[in-house]
Design a protein around this ligand. Structure first.
Ligand code: PLP
Length: 357
């Protein structure tokens, strides 16, 4: 399939084949990795490999904890304020799309949370500028969504000059390019786009933030529980973490994040060039300086043209090109694992469709 799904999304074929090869007999254990005890040495090696590959790909220092949690990025929308937003403090959210809105909605259930800046009036077509001086120095944290999966926008330069912790939901663009982890106090991502299958959520957070969590929190919702137990307090999603380790090996073998970034830019430019050279036949949703390299969102001139485009694309074997139900139109998700050739085929299809329509 020519898979352009937004998530769960295409995974590297190498990782899936490797998992297939060792599915029934994992590294001479005579069992599937799914059948191993999460307390066994064999599983522990997988768990620790996933952590250490992430640490080296993102150059994460010992100041940060790497956690493998469950509940998706959505549970982080609640856990973040529950653990990090203290009485008398305010958390600030940048509103850049539906996921950012959801994160804010959960925060106001827990404590005081406000909008730092928003591009909602512009139908989330751009990433607004966050003025660091507008954030009081006693704020709990600032939350951003690094890539807006539904609208196809992405932060190009992260906020600087903040005197408070910066937290980013990187669910749809983690590992798409090198990252200066020092800019962040916490990042998190549901795995099902650039990291692996759904079921595991990666949280990378500064150890000093752990001091904020109150002992009165439910055990499973307290970051300290997971940090103290190497994310093995209860049964982790072992198969998901195993696949994560394979995806991270694949990313490393590709040449790491610099190489991945180059490939992602080439892939994205194939589609954006087609949009820009179509004389208005295709209209990109995102403003030029906010365009995502992960989710390319566009509409056609009419409802009818959009319908016809999607129907013919489906016929031609393209999967997942429908825009999110809240914005309509089309969206091509071109995460790390989507092969360059598949994006080339989509660009060609867009060009042919335009000429024939
Ligand atoms: N944040 C972003 C940016 C997303 O794209 C998504 C899902 O697509 C979520 C959060 C929600 O993630 P989950 O389904 O893992 O809760």
């Amino acid at each position: 399939a020519l898979n352009f799904n937004a998530g769960p999304a295409a995974l590297p074929e190498w990782a899936l084949k490797e998992a297939q090869n060792e599915l029934l007999n994992f590294r001479n254990t005579g069992m599937s990795v799914m059948e191993l005890s999460h307390r066994s040495k064999d599983y522990e090696a997988v768990h620790n490999e996933a952590q250490s590959l992430l640490r080296s790909l993102l150059s994460i220092s010992d100041e940060y904890e790497i956690l493998f949690l469950q509940g998706g990025a959505s549970l982080q929308f609640s856990m973040i304020p529950m653990n990090l937003l203290q009485e008398g403090q305010t958390a600030y959210y940048t509103l850049t799309g539906s996921w950012a809105e959801k994160a804010l909605q959960e925060a106001v259930k827990v404590g005081k949370a406000e909008i730092a800046v928003s591009s909602k009036e512009n139908n989330y077509k751009n990433i607004p500028v966050l003025d660091a001086t507008s954030i009081p120095s006693d704020a709990a944290y600032v939350h951003i969504t690094s890539n807006n999966t539904i609208y196809g926008t992405q932060w190009k330069q992260f906020p600087t000059g903040l005197n408070v912790p910066l937290i980013a939901d990187m669910s749809s663009d983690i590992l798409c390019k090198p990252l200066n982890m020092e800019q962040f106090d916490m990042i998190y991502a549901g795995a099902q786009k650039n990291l692996g299958p759904s079921g595991v959520t990666v949280v990378i957070m500064k150890k000093e933030l752990l001091e904020r969590s109150s002992d009165s929190l439910p055990t499973m919702l307290n970051y300290n529980t997971h940090a103290k137990n190497n994310s093995l307090y209860n049964t982790p999603p072992t198969f998901g973490i195993y696949l994560l380790s394979l995806v991270l090996r694949w990313v490393t073998d590709q040449g790491g994040l610099e190489a991945i970034e180059k490939k992602n830019e080439l892939k994205a430019s194939l589609l954006y060039n087609e949009i820009d050279n179509s004389n208005g036949f295709y209209n990109g949703h995102a403003e030029l300086d906010s365009r995502s390299t992960m989710n390319v969102t566009f509409t056609l001139n009419s409802e009818e043209a959009t319908k016809s485009f999607l129907a013919q694309a489906k016929e031609a074997g393209f999967v997942g090109l429908n825009g999110h139900r809240s914005v309509g139109g089309c969206r091509a998700s071109i995460y790390n694992a989507v092969p360059y050739e598949n994006v080339e085929r989509l660009a060609q299809f867009m060009s042919d469709f335009r000429k024939n329509y």
